[in-house]
Design a protein around this ligand. Structure first.
Ligand SMILES: Nc1ncnc2c1ncn2[C@@H]1O[C@H](COP(=O)(O)OP(=O)(O)OP(=O)(O)O)[C@@H](O)[C@H]1O
Length: 273
């Protein structure tokens, strides 16, 4: 394979219309150009976004989720431009994300933390809760059940009432993923979900995500340095290097591409690791 023109970069092993498309995104901080003409379609299923430290991966997630407004280019969610929308507005359109460092509420239980992801599908509000309105009570019961099911899906159903801070860091990261899923997102953005996880937690994560995605049309964009996880989960992967997409396609092809090997993986990998 040869390096790809960023204007046509497409993880072409994935099927279906893109759930989200980055189109010609440029993002700079001061004079520092961090994303340069990034075009990336993310289709239903799993797409990996890999690249060296500082390549601009988290910045891509921040642009998609409305935490950053790009200097140029468009972000289309289901074909509709969302550039300029706030993070809150974009979340309401069905975009969920996690962060590199888990942002759980330490004293709340695992279930309660997952429940904090409910926003979009929760009809109750402070007033209806206050007056104990039936719709709010029904929603809460349903959501509690879903939160517990999600913890089960990720193999963490044993201690739903335990405070988040009492779980090991790997489990906390997985609880954060479960929280992002309660919202039934059509687009899930995961920022290094496996960082700091042991092998058992990585298996929990992969199994849980695979089970969750199996009967849904959702798209999942995963930033990850664990290339084995990327290969297990993602039929499509794109490589960012110095803010540009330098290659995309099936992981087995992309990870063998000499341009990618040189840019990212280093001589050890090229030698056959
Ligand atoms: N808010 C910001 N202000 C200034 N510079 C920033 C900001 N956010 C990111 N950067 C810079 O943009 C570049 C890309 O950062 P980014 O976090 O997107 O990289 P990354 O590929 O996710 O890296 P890593 O794998 O280490 O997490 C870095 O040089 C970083 O210092």
């Amino acid at each position: 394979m040869t390096p790809m023109d960023t204007s046509t970069a497409t993880p072409d092993s994935a099927a279906g219309h893109p759930v989200v498309e980055l189109d010609g995104i440029r993002m700079s901080f001061g004079g520092n150009v961090v994303l340069d003409d990034v075009t990336l379609p993310v289709r239903p299923g799993f797409t990996g976004l890999i690249g060296p430290n500082g390549a601009g991966k988290t910045t891509c997630l921040n642009v998609i989720s409305g935490y950053l407004r790009p200097d140029q280019g468009d972000v289309r969610l289901g074909g509709r431009s969302v550039v300029g929308g706030s993070a809150h507005q974009i979340a309401r359109l069905g975009v969920s994300r996690t962060f590199q460092t888990p942002r759980l509420i330490p004293h709340l239980s695992a279930t309660e933390n997952v429940l904090t992801g409910a926003g979009r599908h929760y009809r109750g509000g402070h007033l209806s809760e206050l007056f104990g309105l039936p719709a709010a009570r029904r929603d809460e019961r349903r959501l509690r059940g879903q939160a517990r099911d999600l913890l089960e899906t990720f193999g963490l159903g044993e201690h739903p009432g335990r405070a988040a801070s009492r779980f090991p860091i790997g489990s906390q990261k997985i609880i954060e993923v479960a929280r992002a899923l309660l919202n039934e997102p059509r687009l899930l953005l995961l920022d290094e979900p496996a960082a700091g996880l042991g092998a058992e937690d990585v298996d929990r994560l992969v199994t849980g995500l695979t089970d969750w995605a199996a009967d849904r049309d959702a798209a999942v964009l995963i930033i990850e340095h664990d290339l084995e996880l990327i290969t297990r989960l993602c039929p499509a992967v794109a490589v960012l290097h110095f803010g540009r997409i330098i290659q995309s396609g099936a992981p087995a092809d992309v990870l063998r591409d000499p341009v990618v090997v040189e840019a990212y993986l280093g001589a050890d990998f090229a030698a056959g690791d």
